[in-house]
Design a protein around this ligand. Structure first.
Ligand SMILES: [Mg+2]
Length: 250
């Protein structure tokens, strides 16, 4: 790696163990869902979250998506029936690990309460913080690009077991700039940070080879993060630099 002045980091499998997402964040939603709905049912924010889920459910039923079911309105059904439909909707979508806006938004809404109450704390690998400090000290600009929504990213790095890390990051990107598997998304980010003619000065770190190729194609320098619990890397990874700890990134 040489002469980069900008760093863009993936979260899951790169700075955070995949197990934190699969074994802490997701179960937090599924196991606490019913009580959470009871607690927040009459709030306007919950109502707007349910409205998003309802619109998505309607579309899914029209598109004949497997497991999809309608969420009735409160004029058509009792609150209990609406709640039951919301729970079923969230459960099947989470089982399918669906990357859909309404679900991501709802998860973020629930996680917010968990992080703010202290029940949830983001986990970041110990070697990441010294690297962030080193980059900052060297005057580099650091961003996040993750499939999780920007509000969920901010919660994860804002409430970690090692404190609030938000001061390290100059911005956050999610799939609203495009999918992480498409080269155009990396060009879009470069444009947004005024680096469109200088993509080689950007270093992107991720665990996913399907993100490494498009970032590299967009002109970025790339590093693969290999962490315990990540999906195994295939032979096509060997042409890139692979690190098991951020202190191996010079
Ligand atoms: Mg990842």
């Amino acid at each position: 790696m040489s002469n980069y002045d900008t760093v863009i980091l993936d979260i899951e499998g790169t700075i955070t163990p995949i197990t934190f997402v699969k074994e802490t964040l997701f179960p937090y939603v599924t196991s606490g869902l019913s009580a959470f709905l009871d607690r927040t049912w009459d709030t306007s924010e919950l109502k707007s979250q349910v409205e998003l889920l309802r619109a998505q459910a309607k579309k899914d039923v029209q598109d004949k998506v497997e497991h999809a079911l309608l969420i009735p309105s409160e004029t058509e059904a009792s609150a209990e029936e609406v709640k039951e439909a919301v729970i079923k909707t969230i459960n099947w979508q989470m089982k399918a690990d669906r990357k859909i806006g309404a679900l991501k938004s709802f998860q973020g809404f629930m996680w917010k309460e968990g992080y703010e109450s202290g029940e949830l704390r983001g986990v970041v690998y110990a070697d990441v913080i010294p690297a962030l400090e080193k980059w900052k000290l060297a005057g580099k600009t650091i961003y996040i690009y993750s499939s999780g929504s920007v509000p969920a990213q901010k919660l994860l790095v804002g409430y970690t077991t090692k404190g609030d890390l938000m001061h390290f990051f100059s911005g956050y990107f999610d799939t609203s700039v495009g999918l992480k598997t498409e080269s155009q998304s990396y060009k879009n980010i470069a444009k947004l940070i005024n680096k469109e003619n200088d993509t080689n000065s950007i270093l992107f770190v991720t665990d996913n080879i399907n993100e490494i190729f498009p970032a590299s194609e967009a002109g970025y320098q790339v590093v693969i993060s290999s962490r315990p619990g990540n999906a195994p890397l295939g032979p096509e990874s060997e042409q890139f630099k692979i690190v098991t700890s951020f202190d191996q990134i010079q």
